[in-house]
Ligand binder design. Structure first.
Ligand code: ATP
Length: 193
């Protein structure tokens, strides 16, 4: 998957709408301390479905919304749009929007979708909010110190099979539900004999 463009509005320090074109090849982000370099990477993780405020250096998810400064009032919402193209060169646009006190909503190519659908889309493309391809400050030591099971998870994510685990869990849960419905049906039928 190739990321093409990132649009931010009201996300952390990016109060004004900002657009970042991501050209093929290596992209470097440079700037003085505190100018928002890490916020950019967090915006990418957030639009891909990151749900842990802590890993976005926030206390609660609403903290990703521009909190205001002495000169500017806070915002009520934040929105990040990621334009990408998948392995078949199909255009993919993912939008995540959060409103203060109302939680997040996602859209893929303009259609409302669930958070899970977004996570699966990125997992199938061997990337995602927890992908080992995104290494934030302080994460390198964590990768080196990871336990074998955690390393295996990273490898599975890199191989693009993490989404299969989610689907397997869903299928197993449906199977258990069906088995229990079947058992109940057999009980009822036994009662009719
Ligand atoms: P460094 O080089 O020091 O790591 P950086 O360029 O990565 O810095 P960030 O950590 O991305 O900078 O940005 C930090 C800035 O973002 C701080 O000024 C902080 O006040 C601001 N910021 C973070 N969250 C919000 C928010 N919700 N509203 C407004 N500003 C925010």
């Amino acid at each position: 998957m190739q990321f093409r463009k990132l649009k931010l509005s009201g996300f952390k320090s990016f109060v004004e709408p900002a657009e970042l074109h991501i050209e093929p090849g290596l992209t470097g982000v440079v700037g003085p301390n505190g100018c928002g370099k890490s916020n950019l990477l967090e915006a990418i993780r957030w639009v891909m479905g990151e749900n842990s405020p802590k890993s976005l250096r926030s206390g609660g998810m609403d903290d990703v919304i521009f909190a205001g400064t002495q000169q500017r009032p806070p915002r009520d919402f934040a929105e990040v749009v990621l334009d990408a193209s998948d392995a078949n060169n199909q255009e993919l646009q993912v939008t995540r929007r959060i409103e203060r006190g109302a939680g997040s909503a996602y859209r893929v190519n303009g259609r409302d979708v669930r958070a899970k659908d977004v996570a699966l889309t990125f997992a199938d493309a061997a990337t995602g909010a927890h992908s080992p391809a995104l290494v934030s400050q302080g994460r390198i030591a964590a990768v080196i110190a990871a336990k074998p099971a955690e390393r295996r998870q990273m490898l599975e994510e890199a191989a693009g099979i993490a989404g299969l685990h989610v689907r397997r869990r869903d299928a197993e849960s449906k199977l258990r539900q069906t088995e229990s419905n079947l058992a109940r049906l057999e009980d009822l039928m036994a009662g009719l004999d």
